[in-house]
Design a binder for this molecule. Sequence first.
Ligand SMILES: Nc1nc2c(ncn2[C@@H]2O[C@H](COP(=O)(O)OP(=O)(O)OP(=O)(O)O)[C@@H](O)[C@H]2O)c(=O)[nH]1
Length: 721
Amino acid sequence: MNDLIPIVNKLQDVFNTIGSDTVDLPQIIVVGSQSSGKSSVLENIVQRDFLPRGNGIVTRRPLVLQLVNVHDSEDEKAEEFGEFLHAANRKFVDFSEIRREIENETARVAGQNKGISRSPIHLKIYSPNVLNLTLVDLPGLTKIPVGDQPTDIEKQTRSLILDYITKPNSIILAVSPANVDLVNSESLKLAKQVDPEGKRTIGVLTKLDLMDAGTNALEILTGRVLPLKLGFIGVVNRSQQDIVGNKPMSEALKAETDFFRHHLAYRSIASRCGTPFLAKTLNNILMNHIRERLPDMKARINSLISQTQQELLSYGDPTLDGKSSRGALILRLLTKFSNDFISSIDGTMIDISTKELCGGARIYYIFNNVYGAALESISPCSNLSVQDIRTAIRNSTGPRPSLFVPEIAFDLLVKPQIRLLESPSLRCVELVYEELMKICHNCGSQELGRYPRLHAKLLEVVSDLLRERLTPTSTYVESLISIQRAYINTNHPDFIGGGGAISDLVKKNEKKRKEYEKLKKTNVNAGNSLHHANGSLTDGQDHPLSSESLKESSGSRDLSIPNGGNNSRDSFLTYFFGSGSKADRIVLPDQPAPTRNGSFSKSAIDIGELERKLDNGAIIDEAVHLTEREEMETQLIRSLITSYFNIIRKSIQDLVPKAVMHLLVNHSRESVQNRLVEELYKEELFTELLQEDENLASERQKCKTMLEVYRKAFEIMNEAM
Ligand SMILES: Nc1nc2c(ncn2[C@@H]2O[C@H](COP(=O)(O)OP(=O)(O)OP(=O)(O)O)[C@@H](O)[C@H]2O)c(=O)[nH]1
């Protein structure tokens, strides 16, 4: 059972090698305010002078003190010496050297300015006079900074102490001087914070010899003032005068024993007072504590081992000797990458997202929602003002008078409208390309993370492949639009045609006429005039195209054009309006007819004004009133453009996604694997491609060391149990 403390010491040594505190080892933590006598207690336990002394704060780094009991052999006295972790190969036989080493080591890390450091000093003392114990001496609690101490010294010290005593496996040795009221004991206050039930706190009362005459601490020592499960132990250390006078430790211990034996108040409890009893009790407490905690610690180490093994596995196996295994690895990673790329597009990825659209589904969304909506939002006659249409009609008739709506004007006007489809179509190609780029960034196994160069190369090759496909796809889509603009097929079965356009217009105007008649009646009844001074209508600028005149214009011919029944040489507009004088027949009775020389009558347009406009480069003034014929022509042209544009839009909306799928998506999907192998499966590249991430390699090494430590710790515990 006495072997349990060395077991913990061994564990401590093992964990010290990695500076890890993942396992909370049982240890005794010495806590007390400055000058409460902590160092004196420790020195008494060790029975040697080895700790630094001086004014103000002396202990400025935690001192982890492992006491190892060594037995004298039959013919040889056991050697008494100290050993520091930071100077492992040096034996300190002279204890004043130990003191100097602690002072130097403290100054080295914590500086000269009385500041404190959290980094502990590890000291092992081998002696036949000690019981196996592990104690941690911490800087004393101080209220007021002295000299050039930092202003928050109290906060720093408090937090350092709390770090140690909060761990449930720590036993708190709370040192309080007996000549100060116990309620003011800083160490007990701190201990209560982390151990309110007093289960793992042991109280030590120092300076019992300095209590006022007539007072004693019997009540405290017998546990009647503050109930601590591990009790209170009184000690008497050397006074400052004893230290200055170099009073030997053995004498001091004898004096302490005498003090308790002969003290009136304490003699009844003398056997439970003094440093030897304290050392024995601490040894027992620590051993019991270790025994109690060992199974838990073992379980914790066990789980740490499996966690670390898991972590190590995630870093992969670094031993890739043999060229064939490197090739196989590269091939596996390439295949996984291209399979991921393909299945992302196909929507067959295993870890498919439920939060947002991804891969193929996003491409579908681009086609239907983004691209579809963009095309739908284009108005067939957008940017086509009445003036544009009039100008086109006039330009297409050249110097001759405009006798009918010429086909050439329709051609002229519809082509730029078709061009409006180009920009959203090219944007659709780009969006799908961007989506494919995004997809490839999410491809590849976790293992690929180990090889940043390979990963970068994979992305580069796929990006190149996609970029290569982008231009031909965009060019093809562009040419789809150009093709549509190259030939305006007015024979398209779905095209409204001139007949359809006119009958639409008739219907529309008939409706307007009826509305107008109705409105006129109501107004006449109400005594209002609907006429302008010159007799034109105030409303209904689209003067109704009279059904009579249409009947007349159609003559014996049917207005509706049978599908495909048109002679291609005939202008479909001529078909309705006829040629030459026939066109006059559809001119409405009150329309200003063009004069012989082709100009319009002055009653409709101010010629002088028009000439001025022409001189200025303008075409037709916004304010110019359209004649009824012009109005009708404009409406017809608009309706024809709308019908034709809708046909082309439908066809483009159908063809562009097909082209994108064929030329960009499917092509890259099918050639990705081959391309990757072609570009990267080259033996001369293997070394470069399989260069591991530096951080990962060092993480793996760290993890390996940890695993070794945990395994070692587990072995040590197995020996004990
Ligand atoms: N008379 C008497 N003096 C004591 C006793 N314990 C400690 N002292 C004196 O109190 C002073 C402070 O003791 P230390 O052991 O240095 O106290 P400490 O808590 O280690 O101080 P810091 O490390 O500076 O926080 C020293 O002069 C000791 O000689 C005691 O039981 N009786």
